[in-house]
Design a protein around this ligand. Structure first.
Ligand code: B16
Ligand code: MG
Length: 217
């Protein structure tokens, strides 16, 4: 029987759905620069860093470093503008109940997000002080699908990777967690075939079942 001590939540797609705002911001930039970019293209950017997202949006089009930096700054400016709309009502269904249940069971709770805007988003959701550790796009150099971010969070919590469950909506995030030796819960279509346990959405997670199944594995 394993001892599970912590949950590490992804932010975008698990705690709240900022993917639409990322899409609108990338789309605005792409339209201004005459680059085709669809909602389907945006799905491949889930959990991917800002630079990784730009590279995927460009689909091999050459760009010099100065222009790349300027475009990422512009996209982020548009994105942060959209974040103004976020309120505590934008927590995805089931998140608050899951956090309450985790705390009731004595688990540590934390964030492992590739986003450099993670703390801003958490503050807007009213969750600025809800977590024992927050790892974001500033915490490590190599973000998802490298395992570094989740390992950084585990270090802050003083737990070993096999003692923590990563809850993710992106394949890049599940890959990162598995590479780091973490247990995984996948949410939504992108993680259906790669996580230890899969649910359609956060509201469907039954934490005691997850703990029983993953502790017994
Ligand atoms: P930023 P997560 C990720 O957040 C998003 O899923 C991804 O679309 C975004 O490109 C990345 O953060 C970087 O975000 O531009 O705000 O630094 O899913 O890891 O919480
Ligand atoms: Mg995500």
């Amino acid at each position: 029987m394993k001892t599970i001590r912590a949950l590490i939540f992804d932010l975008d797609g698990v705690i709240t759905d900022t993917a639409e705002y990322h899409y609108l911001a990338w789309k605005r930039l792409a339209d201004e620069e005459g680059i085709p970019f669809t909602r389907e293209d945006n799905e491949a950017l889930r959990g991917v860093s800002r630079r990784g997202s730009l590279d995927r949006m460009l689909k091999g089009r050459p760009i010099d470093e100065e222009t790349a930096q300027a475009w990422m700054t512009r996209k982020n400016h548009y994105y942060v503008g959209y974040l103004d709309k976020i309120t505590p009502a934008d927590l995805l269904p089931g998140v608050q109940q899951l956090l309450d249940e985790a705390k009731r069971l004595g688990l540590l709770v934390s964030i492992g997000s590739a986003s450099k805007n993670a703390k801003l988003v958490l503050n807007k959701l009213g969750l600025g002080a809800a977590f024992d550790a927050i790892g974001d796009g500033y915490s490590v150099v190599n973000t998802k699908p490298a395992p570094d971010l989740f390992i950084w969070v585990a270090g802050r919590l003083d737990v070993y990777p096999p003692q923590a469950i990563v809850i993710e909506d992106a394949e890049a995030g599940i890959d990162a967690a598995r590479q780091g030796g973490f247990l995984t819960v996948g949410i939504g279509a992108s993680t259906a075939n790669c996580a230890d346990i899969h649910y359609d959405d956060v509201a469907s997670i039954v934490l005691v079942d997850v703990l029983n199944r993953l502790a017994a594995d």
